[in-house]
Design a protein around this ligand. Sequence first.
Ligand code: BT5
Length: 324
Amino acid sequence: QSEIRKTLLEVFSNAKGEFISGQKLSEQLGCSRTAVWKHIEDLRNEGYELEAVRKLGYRILSKPDKISCNEIQLGLETDTLGRNVYFEETVTSTQKIAHRLAYEGAVEGTVVVAEEQTSGRGRLDRSWYSPKHTGIWMSIILRPSIPPSRAPQLTLLTAVAVVQAIQEVTGLEPDIKWPNDILLQQKKVVGILTELQAETERINSVIIGIGINVNQERIHFPEELSSIATSLRLEKGEPVDRAKLIQCILLKIEKLYKEYMQHGFKIVKLLWESYSTSIGKHIVARTLTGSIEGKAIGITDEGVLLIEDLTGKIHQIYSADIEI
Ligand code: BT5
């Protein structure tokens, strides 16, 4: 059933908006014309706009603004990332599901995506607002053979890849705020959360959570976020294709991850520094134990932020919230 659906969408996608006759569809799908008609009806119910014209056949007018396994996998160019997609309409948190799947042995590159999270989370148990149909809420399972101490590098790697994908798909040019925020016009458009399943010396899996505000309008944000959050649509002035952006993100992460596993953190570090807003600026880092103020002078090879205070002392910041 789902194979036929996949083929049908592929045929329409290849036809690029041209009509395809019912006869041709039934041949390509290997089912009767009545069955074709039923599949078309199913697609319509899912929000696809399909035109049927006698003697010409069917053509696709628009796809729903929905994401599904099909939407993500159709045209996906990666080798491993997203080859295994776990999709659900509503979940508590994609992180939670990814943790379970990783524990149960899911392969590297498995991706969990949902249309809505009822308890999406940020760092330190903060909540992440994840309303229906407007954002990208996904978690990626990686299984790198690196020591747990190097895991923060993967947050930075992800941030670089997401910035590159946003640039490619929307033309917008976001900045990165250490360690895990991506900003447009100083407002947060993406949050990244990296979690580990590890023993002392060995990583079992890294779960990288990515939350992106894509198609929200200003009124969609709750009061407390309206001045600190934005969406790609708000900044670009038009809606953005979420499935396409997911595909591009997966491809960029995969490329950079391969590079990183082969040649180390250097290239990621250089790219990250080129997108970062904090480096070279006077900042305040609020950590769990207190605040440190000074000039952000760079990141180390481990992805640790370096701040030089007024006395010239250099502090290593492993985890904090940054104010510029
Ligand atoms: C983050 O935490 O920025 C990491 C967010 C990761 C979310 C993804 S979505 C898929 C996966 N599944 C999950 O459950 N989580 C991951 P942090 O740096 O702690 O920032 C959290 C803060 O960002 C909150 O306290 C709010 O102030 C703000 N915030 C919450 N929702 C937001 C949104 N949609 N857009 C912008 N800011 C938001």
